[in-house]
Design a protein around this ligand. Structure first.
Ligand code: FE
Length: 206
């Protein structure tokens, strides 16, 4: 079996937002799809470690914002590389409005959003799949949607290799481009930029 086949799936990238007890939060997901058109129903799968997961579990409501190709890396940093448990991600993020359900959606860097109400939860171990009815939806721009491939090719910073690292074995984070120098990457290594683990690094020969 060649598990690299899994990388041939295409994905979009989305900011998933929720609100609970007056607190707004959001995270990046790549797992939003429409599952039926009648009723208009979507599914998302969210890692249980995300605060947004717990907020949706508690409230049963969320927005999915379709990121567009003009979204800068800072949007991915703000929503993807820090936790709502320690940060108010919306405090310094101004490209936002509230939809009819009272939850924020992203304005300038998203081309659409949908609001949804959970009708079913499926426990997947590390993740929960939420199946939800679309209750509202708006198109915001004609800019193309970001795919995971587009993010990798055009938004993620190119690895910054210092002169001292040239010719040495390095490990590059596939999520954010961070460069670790060393022959071996510790198995428990956590990327200081995006907080992803060693499994998301690839070895680059010197
Ligand atoms: Fe990283």
């Amino acid at each position: 079996m060649d598990t690299k086949a899994m990388f041939k799936f295409s994905y979009g990238l989305f900011v998933l937002t929720a609100k609970e007890n007056g607190f707004d939060n959001g995270c990046i997901i790549n797992t939003a799809i429409q599952v039926t058109s009648s009723p208009n129903r979507i599914s998302i799968a969210v890692n249980k470690a995300n605060k947004t997961h717990d907020m949706i579990h508690a409230t049963g409501e969320f927005n999915v914002c379709m990121l567009s190709e003009n979204a800068p890396f800072s949007v991915f940093q703000n929503f993807g590389f820090q936790s709502g448990n320690t940060t108010d991600k919306f405090a310094a993020f101004n490209q936002k409005k509230r939809s009819a359900n009272g939850i924020y959606y992203i304005t300038d860097y998203a081309n659409a959003y949908v609001s949804a109400k959970v009708v079913q939860e499926v426990d997947l171990g590390t993740h929960t799949m939420f199946i939800a009815d679309v209750t509202d939806a708006e198109v915001l721009s004609d800019v193309a949607s970001v795919t995971y491939n587009y993010y990798q090719a055009n938004i993620k910073p190119k690895p910054q290799v210092t002169p001292a690292q040239a010719g040495k074995t390095k490990w590059v984070c596939k999520i954010c481009g961070y460069v670790y120098e060393g022959e071996e990457l510790p198995a428990d290594f956590i990327c200081p930029i995006c907080k992803h683990g060693a499994q998301d690094f690839e070895k680059v020969a010197g």
